[in-house]
Design a binder for this molecule. Structure first.
Ligand code: ATP
Length: 234
């Protein structure tokens, strides 16, 4: 078991957003987190990585309770987070952005990290000296994922990576995440592109108003009439 979320409740001020969420992600698994705008998907990712403090419930990484640990500590323990909007440093090069993701690594592993990222995204290798701000949207998303991978995460949380990308690039990014999962990382993916996501994911959860209302194998979710009506417009 890699990541386990138990009975998680969280919100902002007095407004509760998450109501008793249970969820699991294991190694080698790409898990989709689906739901309408405002359902609480981003809040859930932020609660897992420590950016939002849960009101109650637990987040466990390989059995260890992360409660009270800072986001930096969680990152060091193997939790990678690719936030919505990428949050790159536009005036730094591709490689300098990647290096920031290696801040917690033993010095010897940095090279291994570059090799892994450039192997996964050859386009970044060609552009390693280019300023991040001059990359295309798809390349910036690859860089944001690559930066998180530089920390060799056990679990990778990814928030809407296909936002603003063409269908072809969106597919390329999701297939890259599938390859990341294939290397042993558990990936929890928030995506608006439901059809494509259920195509690449192993399992999925559907969040509505802060509660998990459906979960199961991605193939079963893709056939579920509620999913087809609400998220696939079928
Ligand atoms: P989307 O798909 O639109 O990104 P989401 O499922 O990720 O939606 P969240 O971003 O988690 O949803 O938001 C859930 C609820 O929490 C929304 O009602 C939102 O307005 C509210 N919310 C999010 N961030 C904050 C914040 N920093 N302060 C107050 N309320 C917030």
């Amino acid at each position: 078991m890699r990541l386990r979320v138990e009975a998680l409740e969280a919100g902002y001020g007095k407004a509760q957003v998450l109501f008793g969420v249970d969820l699991e992600v294991v190694e080698n698994e790409l898990v989709a987190l689906l739901g309408a705008n405002g359902a609480g998907k981003t809040t859930l990712l932020r609660a897992i990585s420590g950016l939002v403090r849960p009101w109650s419930g637990r987040v466990l990484l390989e059995g260890q309770d992360l409660g009270g640990l800072s986001p930096a500590k969680r990152a060091r323990m193997g939790l990678g987070h690719v936030p919505e909007g990428r949050q790159l440093f536009p005036l730094m090069t591709v490689e300098e952005n990647l290096r920031l993701g290696a801040a917690f690594l033993a010095p010897g592993r940095e090279r291994e990290g570059y090799e892994r990222v450039y192997g996964l995204f050859p386009r970044l290798a060609e552009r390693r000296r280019q300023l991040a701000g001059t990359l295309s949207g798809g390349e910036q998303q690859m860089l944001a994922i690559g930066r998180a991978l530089m920390g060799f995460p056990k679990i990778l949380l990814v928030d809407e990576p296909s936002l603003g990308l063409s269908p072809r690039l969106a597919e390329e990014v999701l297939l890259a995440l599938k390859a990341v999962a294939g290397e042993g990382v558990g990936v929890l993916l928030v995506e608006q592109n439901v059809a494509l996501t259920l195509d690449v994911a192993e399992r999925g959860y559907v969040l509505e108003h802060g509660k998990v209302v459906l979960e199961g194998p991605a193939s079963a979710l893709a056939q579920d009439p509620r999913v087809r009506e609400a998220y696939l417009s079928l």
